[in-house]
Design a protein around this ligand. Sequence first.
Ligand code: N01
Length: 536
Amino acid sequence: MNSSANDQPQYDVVVIGAGFAGLYALHRFRELGFSAAGIEKGGDVGGVWYWNRYPGARCDCESYYYSYSFSQELQRDWRWSLRYSEQPEILRYLNHVADRFDLRPHIRFSTTLRAAHFDETSGTWTLSFDHGPPLTARYLVSAMGCLSEIKTPDIAGLDDFRGEILHTAAWPHDGAALNGKRVGIIGTGASGVQVISRIASQVGELTVFQRTANWVIPVWNGPMAEEFQDWVQAHYAAIRQRCFTSTGGVPFPSPEHAALDLPEAQRTAILEEFWAKGGIRFFSAFSDIFTRHEANEVVCAFVRDYIRRTVRNPAVAEMLIPKDHHIGTKRPPMDDDYYKVFNRQNVRLVDLRAEPIVGFTSDSLITSSGAYGLDTLILATGFDALTGALLAVDICGRGGLSLREVWANGARSLLGLAVAGFPNLFLITGPLSPSVLANMPTAIEQHVNWIADCLQELRARGARMIEPLAGPQEDWTRHVADVAEATLYRDSRSWYFGSNVPGKPRQFGVYVGGFGNYADKCRQVAASNYDGFTID
Ligand code: N01
């Protein structure tokens, strides 16, 4: 840390967040000789894996690739117990990384960034927090995450409920006593589905309040067999290489067939094959799932049939079948037991479209059709995704320009990495990058490596500032929208579009043109003297 005399910032870089992104960024920048500090809202490292401690929390990507690739030794030494690891194991992994690379002493925990203001004269950022002294830094790097700003649901009369209210993304660290209780849950997205499956056998009664049904895909989770661990270790270089070049940042081949080119028998055989692979691989069955209604319908019909075969009560099965969106165009939850849970005597499903919530009493949720007595209410109601964490901070760039104003009608960025008017600010997996539609650790490493190369280049040139130009930023912002418009995503309402946050401008916040293509584009920009950026 330097002294703060004149225009010398205290740090070269300050990284906000100490999850997957922040830990690697801090390590990488320090390794390159930059003075770097981390700021973390939570009491320890982990990011989403620190906060989302709800029962059943698990990653929907397999751990052997949902993990860091930057250290061969780390990769060799860490053994995963399950193919899809659960939250405690992922959090242990991130703690191990923090210790192994000695990152903890450089992070200020339990500290929330409130404001970040850029000073044009010195070319530095001044950061102020909910407590503790302010900091100055040449570069500000957001590793705040895409799904970290909880969206408090606006549910009529919730304050009248006197039982326990829990949010999946702010789960108590010492757990919640649910055994034998009457538990209600609002929300059937990825978090809700995982909780429901895990607690159904543990609670006395479980009432699931569903507003919108989701397509839930099995992952066929199980132990990470020794032979598979060995195979992965022997092939890690190729696996990682595939991740960095593939469409989704995952080590699987692209689809070989378009559903609409195949006879029905062959389609069914392929669907069965990919259903057996499970998880996100299911969506690689056909190349036209996300672009052709008829192809998507082939897949929907297959899953509909599975739901009807699995759920014994036909009326409940029909309620669980989505009617309003193409499969995959809202983030599909993934779980092996979800549909079976609804065959249990102690689980009931309430359709909030048919009987909306009208209020609460001290011990019940009241819908238009009746009262449901509850001891505990779980909110699995999601996040102000993609832009929420950034806009929660008062970020001001050149001339006091406010990010909240600049993004009032939707996010603008160049490659999801930087924003015109906000020099020396970098966003890891920022809005309009592949982020949540790629394997996150891969997307994170690609961004951190790009930023690290850029910082080295600026240091070598003795430059003080870098910033996107407005024209290329507008081109990229339009391109991201155009690419999404050419897919079936365009017809959905989801947090990808900000539809879950009242008043949020409708904008598809993720680049869906393929992670490998995107990484190529980032490389080209760097190789062509940071084309689209201005360097001072
Ligand atoms: O949140 P969501 P999530 N009244 O926004 C309902 C990632 N993740 O926390 O669809 C009634 O998806 C809402 O209903 P509707 C993953 O990317 C990853 O589950 O708006 N219901 C919906 O059912 C995921 O997509 C893992 O009609 C209300 C639910 O709440 C993202 O996080 C695990 C309501 C919100 O679903 C977010 O998932 C978990 C209201 N007022 C999550 N407000 C991994 O495996 C909201 N809802 C890595």
